[in-house]
Design a protein around this ligand. Structure first.
Ligand SMILES: NC(=O)c1ccc[n+]([C@@H]2O[C@H](COP(=O)([O-])OP(=O)(O)OC[C@H]3O[C@@H](n4cnc5c(N)ncnc54)[C@H](O)[C@@H]3O)[C@@H](O)[C@H]2O)c1
Ligand SMILES: [Zn+2]
Length: 349
């Protein structure tokens, strides 16, 4: 078992973490233990976790982003109240990013805050959503519109949960694993290009987790360094929004971000001096692993979405770009024509 111990939270990684969880729960003497699941993690993940727990109350919501909302937050608060949860109760979030964002938000606000523990069960949850303390819900169509920042007490990451995850969901998380490599660690990118076997994959996963922890620890409130995590996300978010509106089978976040990373690497060549051969490697990595977007990507409409992005300041579209693989530069701006050219570049790959 590997561990990362921080001042306000602890991460345990590996195949013995659930024993560790059981041990911690005995020592902590929580007044009540709640486990939040969705209908998929109840089937696939709860049977793996349940042998390690006694006297818990399961709370279930429906799976999917559309359920990360105020109605479900209220439903969970009400259940906590119904079961007379006091300040010493704990919520264990067993699921992907929807469960950890929502369950964490509910815990951080119930009676002005009770402890919560994340057990991420998606790749995206393991390397990204469960770490860093951003919690919240969507408000109508606005993603993550209401929320707070608070860290879980513990994060237990057992790759066993990935066994039941679909290939598409794994790809979704892989985009963020690769992003961590591109912004912070060239050696991780090199290993990702080569690897496929399970043992090395687990090692790479932990490597990626360490990068996210390092960044959010130095800059928890996204004043500067944490912005490096936005690489690929300015164009990627616009593509994600566009696809949600226009496609019957819309792109997943990671798929849109993969395209965003290719386009933003192209822009990086023009204005941050990223080497052409590094752009080629990045493009090839994503083209080999992610489905190519078949529709047209209309530059003007996408740029309009980018103008509305909450990352912008003083009217400029804000980018995080690459100086080279492993080194990011925040707060970059560029002309609209270059954005359009980058979309063209992707479409002609
Ligand atoms: N807080 C943050 O810093 C942060 C960072 C990135 C993303 N997010 C949020 O995370 C969410 C996306 O997370 P996600 O991709 O994990 O989505 P998700 O939680 O919706 O999970 C994806 C799907 O996989 C299913 N699933 C989960 N674990 C499974 C398993 N082990 N086996 C089989 N099926 C399983 C879920 O039921 C769901 O249908 C978004 O709401 C996003 O805003 C938050
Ligand atoms: Zn992302």
């Amino acid at each position: 078992m590997k561990e990362i111990i921080q001042k306000d939270f602890e991460i345990y990684f590996g195949s013995e973490v659930l024993e560790k969880l059981a041990e911690i729960l005995i020592n902590k003497e929580y007044s009540k233990i709640f486990v939040l699941v969705d209908n998929n993690t109840k089937i696939h993940c709860w049977p793996i976790l349940s042998p390690y727990l006694v006297n818990v109350q399961l709370i279930e919501i429906e799976a999917g982003e559309s359920h990360k909302n105020l109605q479900n937050a209220e439903k969970i608060w009400t259940k906590l109240q119904h079961y007379k949860a006091d300040k010493h109760a704990v919520i264990i979030n067993l699921g992907g990013g929807v469960i950890s964002d929502l369950g964490g938000f509910v815990a951080a606000t119930y009676k002005r805050g009770i402890d919560f523990i994340n057990i991420p069960t998606t790749l995206l949850g393991m390397v990204d959503a469960s770490i860093g303390g951003k919690l919240g819900i969507d408000l109508h169509a606005f993603k993550n519109a209401v929320g707070v920042i608070k860290n879980p007490k513990y994060i237990f990451i057992d790759p066993i949960f990935l066994n039941t995850l679909s290939a598409a969901e794994k790809r979704n998380g892989l985009a963020e694993v690769c992003k961590h490599a591109l912004i912070d660690d060239k050696s991780l990118f090199e290993k990702l290009q080569l690897t496929e076997n399970k043992e090395t994959l687990d090692t790479l996963l932990f490597h990626s987790i360490k990068i996210k922890v390092k960044i959010v620890k130095k800059d928890p409130f996204e004043k500067d360094l944490r912005k490096t995590l936005n690489f690929g996300h300015t164009i990627g978010h616009a593509i994600e929004t566009y696809s949600l509106k226009n496609d019957s089978n819309p792109l997943k976040h990671g798929e849109a971000i993969a395209i965003g990373m290719i386009c933003e690497a192209y822009i990086s060549v023009a204005i941050q001096g990223l080497a052409n051969n590094e752009l080629k490697k990045i493009s090839q990595y994503f083209i080999d692993r992610f489905p190519k977007y078949k529709g047209k990507l209309p530059a003007q409409e996408l740029i309009e979405y980018m103008r509305n992005d909450k990352k912008n300041e003083e009217g400029f579209i804000n980018f995080t770009l690459l100086k080279k693989i492993g080194k990011a530069k925040i707060n970059c701006h560029c002309h609209d024509e270059l954005i359009a050219k980058s979309l063209d570049y992707y479409q002609h790959l």
